[in-house]
Every structure is written in C-alpha cells, then in structure tokens.
Write a protein that binds this ligand. Structure first.
Ligand code: NDP
Length: 433
C-alpha cells in the first residue's frame, strides 16, 4: 500500500488473488524463493499521457490517458480501453492485474494490459468522440503493435471508438496492421462473435457451473445488471437457452419486467439511440422503472452482475441469498465486494469470478488476432463453437484445480491457482526478468 498509495481497487484485486495462493506456494516453495508474487504484482510498464481535444464549440479540454502493460510472459499485452470519468491509474492497474490471470485461463498466447481515460463519452457528439479518439491514439500509437500490445474495448469503448482509433493509427503509421486492435467491425477486419463474446461466454460458463450441480438454465429467473455490451449479449444467450431475464439496469436506474425483458427494445435504446434505460417503459408500460433502484432486490435464481466494479455489496448478497439465488456469475470485472463473495461461499451459492466467467471476450479477441495474422475470417458458427469450447475448458480447469487442493466448488481458488501456475512457470522459464 505504501508503494502504490491511493490505488484501492488495485489493492483489493491483488489481495483477492494473493489470499487464495497459499496452498500452491506451500506445495511449490520455489515460486516464493524466486519472488514470483512480488514480480507478478508489479506492472512491467505504465504509461500516462495528456489527451487534449476540442469540443464542437471550439472549447479545449484536457483528459488523462493511461496504458499499463502488466505481464507479457504468455504473449503481447492484451486488454481493453475504458473511457469513463471514474478512471484513475489504480483502476487501470486493477483491471490489468486481473487480466493477467484471465488471459492465462483462456489458454491462448496473450499477456495482459489495460488502458483508458477519464474522458466521459456520455452526451458527446460523434465528432467529439472522433476528435478525442484521434488525440488519444496520437500518443498511444508509439506504444502498441500486434507483437507488443493489442488494445480492445471496455466500458465506453465499442466498435465506433475502435474504428476512430484504428483510423488514426493507420494514418500515423502508414500501415494497415489490423491485428493492432481487436473489437473491430467485421466489415473491416473484426471477428464475428467478438461483440457477443463476453456475454455469450458468461452464460456458457454459468451453464457449466449449473451442470456441475445437476442443474440447468432452463426456466431459471435471471437478473442481469447493466445494459451495455456484456449485459445485452448475456441476456440474448440466456433467452436462447431457455432462461427468463426479468431485470436489467444502467447507472440511472433499474427496469423490472416480470414477463421477461424485451431485448430488441433494449438494443434499440442502447445500441442505436444511445439513450437511458428509462426509455424502456415508453414502449412497455407494464414494466416498472426504479430510479436509482437496487437491482439485487429483485428475486431471482441466477444473478449476473455486468455493469462495473463493486456494484454488488454484502447487503445485496444477503438479499440474493434470502431470495433463494442459486448461482452468481460475474460479467463485469470485480463487481462483487470481498464481503459479498464470502457471503455466497458461506451460503453455498455457486460463484463464478469474472476472471474466469467473463474471459470469453478476450478469448475471442485472441481468435480475432489469429484471423488477422492469417488474413482469414471465420464463420459465426465456427467462432462461437470455439468460444463455447474455451469456456468449457476454463470451467474444467478451475473446477479440477480447486479439487486438486481439496477446495471443491471454489472457483475463486481454482481460477487463481490454475492461472498463476501458467504465468509463473513462463516467467521462471525466462529467468530473472
Ligand atoms: P458498456 O460501456 O457497454 O456498458 C456498461 C454498463 O454498465 C452500462 O449499462 C453502464 O450504465 C453501466 N455502468 C457503468 N458504470 C457504472 C456505474 N459506476 N454504476 C452503475 N452502472 C454503471 O461496458 P461493457 O458492457 O463493455 O463492460 C461492463 C463490464 O464488463 C466492465 O466491468 C468491463 O470491464 C467488463 N468486461 C467487458 C468486456 C467486454 O468485452 N466488453 C470483457 C470482459 C469484462 P451507464 O450507461 O448509465 O453508464
């Protein structure tokens, strides 16, 4: 904490991993002797830069840009960019640290990174977004590359922003290096299924968790927080697999539609109009809008936090338990507080941590890199099949690793230990670096 003052989310993420590694450090003291914990917690590099841009009225604004390359033991730095006013260096470091373990779990050759800015895209025109992205890339371009660091989207960064960023990269470098960014539109180098991948993968992971308890998704009542990229495609896959989603949200409030959320309306509001979720009730008068409401008060069998970090606290976890919730799978990064996680574990609620459950997005980004490198493009069906297999493999790795250490059903320990070993072994192979 003295070394990284004020970075509370980073401290939280590190602590959550370290406290589960004792069994593997006891079993293999060589890791501690080689100071792998100290090494794995220190980012390889951190870049902070000024991002000046002009709004439509000609006024000048200054934002701060970040890119953290956390660990490149398994491949080039890989992780998204987040544009949100809450972004601080500690936010990016926590996300990049989590990414180290998540990316290792995919079994694909990708290291970890994360970046972003405290820029707020809400209410900005397309031209303002474009000018901001161009200014951001004017510094970022010199730090990235398909063999070095491959950014993608995250909160506030979707296909539109990736397009503006790539356009500027291409212009500055005189190079159509499509593998330098992922999350591109499929019309110019993006992979089919990337948009859907995090949400779909999350549901595949939850399906495996339920299978391990002789349960299934069919007929289950679900609550999904958020209404962004991850939430929308989690809802889509849940509905396809026979579950009923009754609620979603945004930072303004919660929609509760007892008959089941109409996803086409949500997509129209969020992906086309870029409006607030409140607009849902204009088309579905029977639905209930709860201004600043707490989505976890709504009774459900399965809960999918898909908005942001620390959105589900101990009180919310207790409410979910009292309402008979069977499983919680994290679409967002670190959405449950440590106290909430303890509450799920103590009450035998199956709990899938984000670094395992939401790894489908980055896994499909790695598949996008494969397609770009081979100048190929795969069908939707082929890519989705690979995604489903990757999620089943991640589940199996977490499940079996937890078993190996007599921690049956503990996906947190399983995910942390399985991924730690993969990264640590590669780092040891490279010597003291
Ligand atoms: P989007 O920007 O598409 O959507 C984010 C959603 O969460 C919006 O509905 C937003 O509401 C809500 N939200 C954001 N911040 C807050 C907040 N402070 N309080 C309440 N609601 C909030 O982002 P994504 O769907 O891409 O990302 C969601 C989460 O999933 C993040 O934790 C991200 O790191 C994680 N993730 C994303 C991946 C991806 O492929 N996109 C991959 C793996 C993880 P509003 O519009 O009102 O702000």
């Amino acid at each position: 904490k003295n070394r990284n003052p004020g970075e509370t989310e980073f401290h939280q993420a590190v602590w959550e991993v370290i406290e589960t590694l004792t069994p593997v450090l006891e079993k293999c003291p060589y890791y501690a002797k080689q100071k792998i914990i100290e090494r794995i917690c220190e980012p390889e590099r951190q870049i902070i830069f000024r991002v000046p841009w002009q709004d439509d009225d000609g006024e000048v604004h200054i934002n701060r840009g970040f890119r953290v390359g956390f660990n490149s033991a398994l491949g080039p730095y890989k992780g998204g960019l987040r544009f949100h006013p809450s972004v601080l260096l500690g936010t990016i470091k926590f996300l990049a640290f989590e990414q180290t373990f998540k990316n290792a779990l995919t079994g694909l050759p990708i290291g970890s990174g994360k970046g972003g800015s405290d820029f707020d895209p809400k209410g900005k025109s397309d031209n303002e977004i474009m000018r901001f992205c161009q200014s951001f890339m004017t510094e970022l371009y010199r730090h990235i590359g398909e063999m070095t660091d491959v950014p993608a989207g995250d909160i506030g960064v979707g296909a539109r922003e990736i397009g503006f960023l790539f356009g500027q990269y291409k212009r500055i470098t005189n190079c159509y290096e499509s593998g330098v960014l992922t999350g591109k539109s499929p019309s110019w180098g993006g992979a089919l299924v990337r948009k859907e991948a995090t949400g779909y993968g999350l549901v595949y992971f939850a399906e495996e968790m339920l299978k391990a308890r002789n349960e299934s998704l069919k007929g289950k009542v679900c609550v999904v927080s958020g209404s962004g990229n991850v939430a929308i495609y989690a809802i889509e896959k849940l509905q396809q697999l026979g579950a009923k989603v009754v609620a979603c949200s945004d930072s303004g409030g919660v929609i509760y539609d007892e008959r089941g959320i109409d996803l086409e309306t949500v997509k129209e509001i969020k992906e086309v109009q870029r409006d607030r979720i409140k607009a849902y009730v204009a088309q579905h008068g029977e639905a209930d809008y709860r201004d600043k409401g707490n989505i976890w008060d709504i009774p459900c069998d399965l809960a999918f936090p898909c908005a942001t970090q620390n959105e589900l606290d101990e009180k919310a976890a207790q409410t979910l338990v009292e309402n008979g919730c069977l499983a919680v799978a994290e679409g967002a990064n670190m959405p449950c507080t440590p106290e909430a996680v303890d509450c799920f574990m103590e009450n035998n609620v199956a709990y899938g941590p984000g670094k395992a459950a939401n790894a489908g997005g980055v896994a499909t980004s790695a598949l996008e890199m494969q397609q770009n490198a081979s100048r190929d493009s795969w069908t939707f069906e082929h890519t989705e099949k690979r995604l489903r297999q990757i999620m089943a493999n991640i589940h199996r790795d977490c499940y079996d690793t937890a078993r190996e250490f007599d921690l049956d059903g503990n996906y947190v320990a399983g995910a942390n230990i399985a991924s730690f070993r993969r990264v640590a072994d590669a780092m040891l192979a490279f010597g003291v670096i």
